[in-house]
Design a binder for this molecule. Sequence first.
Ligand SMILES: NC(=O)c1ccc[n+]([C@@H]2O[C@H](COP(=O)([O-])OP(=O)(O)OC[C@H]3O[C@@H](n4cnc5c(N)ncnc54)[C@H](O)[C@@H]3O)[C@@H](O)[C@H]2O)c1
Length: 439
Amino acid sequence: MPAKKKSAIAPAKGKLGILMPGLGAVSTTTIIGVEAIRRGLGQPIGSLTQMGTIRLGKRTDGRAPLIKDFVPLAGLDDLVFGGWDIYKDNVYEAAINAGVLERGLVESVKDSIENIRPMKAVFDRQFVKRLDGPNVKKGKTKLDLAEQLIDDIARFKKENGCSRLVMIWCASTEVFLKLAAVHETLEGFEAAMKKNHPAIAPSMIYAYAALKSGVPFANGAPNLTVDIPALVSLARKKGVPVCGKDFKTGQTLMKTMIAPGIKSRLLGLAGWYSTNILGNRDGAVLDDPGSFKTKEESKLSVLTQILQPDLYPTLYGDFFHKVSINYYPPRGDNKEGWDNIDIFGWLGYPMQIKIDFLCRDSILAAPLVLDLALFLDLAQRTKMKGIQEWLSFYFKSPMTAPGLYAEHDLFIQLMKLKNTLRHLRGEELITHLGNEYYD
Ligand SMILES: NC(=O)c1ccc[n+]([C@@H]2O[C@H](COP(=O)([O-])OP(=O)(O)OC[C@H]3O[C@@H](n4cnc5c(N)ncnc54)[C@H](O)[C@@H]3O)[C@@H](O)[C@H]2O)c1
């Protein structure tokens, strides 16, 4: 494929503010992680923007720069963090509560994190039944609340001297919502906010406020949030990139690594039984059937897309897929995920695969938050707007243009991400077609 022209990318000058609704386990692990890395106390393991390389040109060219040297990304020293939460704990206190990182590490960066205090949240218990807190905004209508968030965003930008902002939803999973008529157009959505319509969730109010402020938005939870026509059209109108939904970590990450392998070898699947124990606040929220339903939808969709039962009815036409999450406080953030996979091979002979993943949810999610913030900022400076499918790599339920199916295969997602970066820099796309076969 011939090399194209480089895209014009504005330089990453000045500070980048990362605003997060929800200062819980994931956000505090991200913030403290970045501070620890800045101070040389740890390495950014798991982050593609910090540790990943990208092959350019032919295999014999030997060109494989770091991604952060290939595209102009904000540097870690230029990041400033802020956020909202229904609890008043500052980032130091919230991190101690979350118990993800060792106390010694949290203490060692205390001076940089104790002054990050949550702004008052937009919250409604109807959407997260297992939580309640005092740090919540009051407003007559949902539009009033959005305007208060818009003021928060502008104040944060000014007070911290940021040249750019991004917003990443790291708050709790809301109850399951179906796409409704009020989500269809921007006019209808704004009218519904004025009338306090029950189908407008708090996460949508944050997303609306971000987009109105020209701030890119990523959704780390499975809620509908920005994945509605009204807000996607607002994003396009304001020239802002958006992406979501639901960080791909833990069990689903494993699933989208293993399933493409089973499919590549044309092994059949009879059933995939997945269960988890999890004891953090996220686990408590997901113990509510409404919030779990949102998560379940997100987790179940991946296998059908990867295995394509329509094309392979003999192999995948009739598999049983079950996912459950059980709240089990003793484990805290250290989740254990079990998978029992019943497969079949030559002549239909059955086999089993067992996975026991003792993972750490927020340790897996933090590098994703960092990468998404840096890539969304890059997209904004490149004038990319609307849904960013090339960032599907990070999500369990990637947002797509209407009518397109989401790509779930982790390896295709990574290829798409890297080819997008190559395209931006006018480099040849890599197709893995070797010329040697034709010599
Ligand atoms: N950790 C992972 O691997 C992972 C993977 C995929 C998705 N997620 C999602 O990321 C989100 C964060 O996970 P976590 O482990 O940090 O959870 P957490 O419970 O530790 O933190 C979420 C925080 O959001 C706050 N909150 C709830 N509603 C809010 C609102 N309307 N405005 C502001 N704050 C609000 C809560 O008070 C809480 O402090 C969850 O939705 C979770 O499902 C996490």
